[in-house]
Ligand binder design. Structure first.
Ligand SMILES: [Zn+2]
Ligand SMILES: [Zn+2]
Length: 367
């Protein structure tokens, strides 16, 4: 079928929204008509060239839409179902899957992280060339074909704008709290960076009953949003005495849990300095591929700090999305508020520029 897709022909160049051809779903695949998609740092990194990747490539990996066709053998979804994408479709049979850690599925190294579909070669072409499916999703397009495990059923009464970031930023941020950190009620938390993931860490900490939730960012607007999402304190991180301020806010001890949603060498060192003795640092931010971090090793051991990497919420996305939808329906989880501005697909470069410029929250592409 003929579609419009946002194609990255060359890293560092703007995306080109143009006509492309999409093949029909094969066995185990589904065709989804896009309704809303989030514009995420994980789209910005390959677009800018922070993560080397083969081009041409159709970007986009978080979004929601309606199933329009299913391939042979598909049982989990039907035509007309509303779904959100899961960019880490698990195989269900490898050691991490069997250990209950589908986010670490071994198959992802041959599929999602190589911008391929599990069923094989690309279904996308333009200008006579084959296009890769970014993260096996490629949802900056009118339609996308993904693996059956790459979609999660959601109730039809939840607005698409609310669903746009559910399958990535929300799962990642709330899951980092609920699955990776598991803080005790009353715990103190520091969140570094209040973009799409950081705001969801803030609301995850609120849901977990954390007493003190300190949001740090260099930008005023994201800090204002962080308060709306449940931060008890919002601290401008460009100031000189941030470490002192964090200490003051945590009874002079440092925080029980620190979340680094930026994931840069500098923020990791700061995160460790904000954690109390015996405290835990959870890193969700994805750095450049060549980034190396350094931090004072002696005090790390002497103070028994813990450092944890957390990918895609460290849980089971298919299960967690259902729980998150329930929380949303109970009025306990903010979703629509994550969308700062909506764009047409043709304006995708403006959305990426806004993200790069740090406007805060997420830009959403709407069809
Ligand atoms: Zn994302
Ligand atoms: Zn697996």
């Amino acid at each position: 079928m003929n579609i419009n897709a946002a194609i990255l022909w060359e890293q560092g160049a703007p995306l080109s929204v143009e006509a492309a051809e999409l093949g029909a779903p094969r066995a185990g695949e589904v065709l989804v008509e896009l309704k809303a998609a989030g514009v995420c740092h994980s789209d910005l990194h390959p677009a800018r060239g922070d993560w080397p990747t083969r081009t041409p490539l159709v970007l986009g990996h978080e979004g929601a839409g309606v199933v329009r066709e299913v391939g042979a053998g598909v049982r989990g979804v039907r035509e007309g179902d509303h779904v959100v994408f899961c960019w880490a479709p698990p195989c269900g049979a490898c050691p991490p899957c069997l250990e209950g850690r589908p986010v670490l599925c071994d198959r992802l190294e041959r599929t999602t992280y190589r911008n391929r579909l599990p069923a094989g070669d690309t279904l996308l072409t333009a200008r006579g060339q084959r296009l890769a499916h970014y993260n096996g999703t490629a949802c900056f397009a009118d339609f996308a074909v993904v693996a059956e495990e790459g979609v999660i059923n959601v109730p039809a009464d939840v607005p698409f704008e609310a669903l746009a970031t559910l399958g990535c930023a929300v799962v990642t941020g709330v899951g980092a709290v609920m699955n990776a950190a598991r803080p005790e009620a009353g715990a103190s938390v520091v969140v570094i960076g209040t973009g799409g993931v950081g705001l969801n860490v803030v609301q995850g900490a609120r849901l977990a009953g954390c007493a003190r939730i300190v949001a740090l960012d260099t930008r005023a607007e994201p800090l204002r949003l962080a308060r709306e999402f449940g931060a008890t304190d919002a601290v401008e991180a460009s100031g000189q005495n941030v470490t002192e301020r964090v200490r003051e806010l945590t009874d002079g001890r440092g925080a029980d849990y620190v979340f680094d949603t930026v994931g840069a060498p500098a923020t990791l060192a700061q995160a460790l300095s904000y954690a109390r003795k015996g405290g835990t640092v959870v890193v969700t931010g994805l750095s450049r591929l060549d980034a190396l971090a350094s931090f004072p090793l002696f005090s790390f051991v002497m103070q028994e700090k813990r450092l944890v990497g957390s990918l895609y919420g460290s849980g089971r996305p298919a299960r967690d999305v259902h729980r998150l939808v329930e929380l949303y329906r109970e009025g306990r989880l903010k979703l629509a508020e994550l969308s700062a501005r909506t764009y047409a697909l043709a304006e995708v470069n403006d959305a990426l520029a806004a993200l790069s410029g740090g406007e805060g929250a997420r830009g959403i592409i709407r069809w």
